[in-house]
Design a protein around this ligand. Structure first.
Ligand code: M6R
Length: 605
């Protein structure tokens, strides 16, 4: 989604900003812009489309002050006028987040804006405070922000009045400052955009940093100077190297045998013993746990769902999985005693997940993170540590390798808790050794790629499908349906296999595809075959995925998967569905890595 990069220093601001914005591209955006300040004047280029379209050669190269942005449209369409930076009077700014009361502010200050954005209104209010009330840029920004409802990470300059000053403020949207050599500061919404230093200062909500004359000072909103703490953050830089694959989704699906090894490295010993250093729960807390909450959005939510059954069986306590956007309003759940809330996120920047975590923490719940992005806001906010996935940067909007690593990380956490709670060691060791097998099983599933592509091309003509799963395969069906929908735009609806007959079966005819996930368990297999009979009796088409096709030749297509046992069969079937989703999208010529309307990291609520 939206990304911010700014620079205050002595080198050419435009190059630093441009390279930082390139790093943020994979998060999804629809327009971009760069503004530099020279001789008290602004020089700007902003364009609809990719960062490459911004012509930085048209901007002065010697400027040491500037701001840049990648925008994902929220208020107002995808147009050049709506792209950032925005200028109103003397003030230019870039903004992440949403100013919810922007229409009130626009009316109150009688602003005439060029764009349809809330951000330009914010620039107008800051300009008003500087021009009419004579405040400095920092004071005017604080006063304007104090009247705003919503979230923001904002960088502002006002060169006609304060030629060498840049301010950065935060409430709800992250701002991190890279402290370079020679009085050089790179300010960004994500540490990965800071390329030249790993010394960083993270602004907290309600703080504003002022950069002028080669210095940085952080203040609270009451203008009290704050001490700053520099941290060393080792971020991974994103690379454009597709390593011979045609898309990032394709590459990331194939990286899974390696990324799973990284997720487990040093955390499961060869005899299946769990060794996790990240979770900061005391033995007392672990022993007295009465329930576990798992919270996330999209694929992270489904990863939680797919582990729920296994954790409940292993730990014998309820495991509740909630959408982050809903959890924050579940007041009773937020006050559960003897509980821990685990927040799952690839990016660690998803606004709904951050808001839910902050509410849970505020109410005294211990919070943990299962996060891929090192140093992200979620990883830094949780109260009781967590587990980094170490899956490497995921660039495709459709999450694949982060999903499998999340499932494995959660199962490892379950094994770790079970061991500490003194539960049957044989089950725990079995889980550990099964997990150590996943890279090999996933590698074997990937060998079917060409066959899956053939099936994908044959089913790509359907406009609608069900993805049906029973028991532990129902969450796998949910994730599979999401993947198919987001990259191919085929409408896919996941259902528990047994629910079909309670209504959805009305949709079945010869033009409707049902993708049925086949359980290894004999009883479940038999029940699933009965469901398939009901579909075939109504002329519906059936694609089965699993270690066995439907009995009696009822599958129109079948994708065979290895027989693996209950702990990891869901992961292997998921890998087949990831390939199927990719294949259908490929057959339909979709823009697989950048599906329409989607962003990699959803940083607005
Ligand atoms: O970065 P997060 O894991 O918090 O992202 C959550 C969802 O936005 C994300 O999983 C989304 O559903 C993906 N596009 C799914 O492929």
């Amino acid at each position: 989604m939206c990304g911010i990069v700014g620079y205050a220093g002595t080198k050419g601001a435009k190059d630093v900003i441009y390279s930082g914005l390139k790093q943020l591209e994979y998060r999804g955006y629809d327009s971009a812009g760069v503004l530099v300040v020279e001789d008290g004047k602004i020089h700007i280029d902003k364009e609809v489309g990719t960062v490459n379209k911004v012509d930085i050669t048209s901007l002065p190269g010697t400027s040491g002050l500037g701001i840049g942005h990648t925008r994902w449209a929220t208020h107002g369409g995808v147009t050049k006028d709506n792209a950032h930076p925005h200028t109103y009077g003397n003030v230019s700014l870039v903004h992440n987040g949403i100013i919810e009361n922007y229409e009130d502010l626009k009316n109150r200050y009688e602003l005439t804006t060029v764009s349809e954005t809330d951000s330009e209104v914010l620039a107008g209010v800051i300009d008003y405070k500087m021009t009419t009330d004579n405040y400095s840029l920092r004071e005017a920004t604080v006063r304007a922000l104090s009247e705003c409802q919503g979230t923001y990470g904002v960088l502002a300059v006002a060169p006609a009045k304060e030629p060498g000053t840049l301010v950065a403020a935060r409430s709800g949207s992250p701002i991190v400052i890279g402290v370079g050599a020679d009085k050089e500061y790179i300010i960004a919404s994500d540490p990965s955009a800071i390329l030249t230093t790993n010394k960083m200062v993270f602004l907290s909500d309600g703080e504003i940093a002022e950069f002028k004359n080669g210095t940085m000072q952080v203040y609270d909103f009451a203008s009290k100077p704050k001490d700053i703490t520099e941290e060393t953050v080792e971020t991974e830089k994103s690379s454009d190297d597709l390593k011979g694959f045609d898309t990032y989704m394709h590459k990331e699906i194939f990286e899974q045998p390696d990324t799973l090894k990284e997720t487990m490295r040093g955390r499961i010993l060869s005899e299946g013993k769990f060794n996790l250093g990240g979770p900061n729960l005391t033995n007392e807390q672990i022993k007295s746990l009465k329930s576990i909450f798992i919270i996330g959005c999209g694929t992270a939510f489904y990863a939680g769902q797919s582990v729920k059954y296994a954790l409940e069986e292993l730990l014998d306590i309820p495991v509740v999985v909630e959408y982050a956007s809903e959890f924050r309003y579940r007041h009773a759940a937020l006050e559960a005693d003897n509980s821990v809330a685990i927040f799952m996120s690839q990016s660690g920047e998803t606004a709904d997940t951050l808001a839910a975590e902050s509410e849970a923490r505020r109410r005294g719940m211990p919070t943990m993170g299962i996060v891929n992005s090192v140093g992200s806001t979620l990883a830094r906010s949780v109260s009781h540590g967590g587990i980094y996935l170490h899956a490497g940067i995921e660039k495709s909007v459709a999450s694949t390798k982060a999903y499998s690593s999340m499932v494995v990380a959660l199962l490892m956490f379950g094994g770790f808790l079970a061991e500490k709670r003194g539960l049957p060691l044989s089950d725990v060791r079995q889980l550990g050794t099964d997990l150590l097998d996943t890279p090999r099983e996933i590698a074997s599933m990937l060998e079917s790629f060409e066959d899956i592509m053939t099936v994908a091309s044959e089913v790509s003509g359907f406009s609608n499908c069900f993805v049906l799963g029973r028991d532990t395969l129902y969450p796998v069906a949910l994730e599979g349906a999401l993947k198919i929908t987001e990259v191919s735009y085929m409408h896919a609806q996941a259902l528990p296999t047994g629910e079909m007959k309670h209504g959805p079966i009305a949709l079945i005819d010869e033009n409707h595809l049902s993708i049925v996930l086949m359980p290894e368990d004999k009883l479940m297999y038999e029940k699933t075959c009965s469901g398939i009979q009901e579909i075939r009796a109504r002329n519906g088409k059936v694609l089965t995925v699993g270690s066995r096709p439907a009995k009696g030749g009822l599958s129109d297509w079948h994708i065979p998967t290895p027989m693996t046992g209950k702990n990891i069969s869901g992961l292997v079937i998921n890998c087949a569905l990831q390939q199927l989703a990719y294949g259908i999208a490929n057959s339909l010529g979709r823009n697989i890595d950048r599906p329409r309307n989607l962003a990699k990291s959803v940083t607005v609520e």
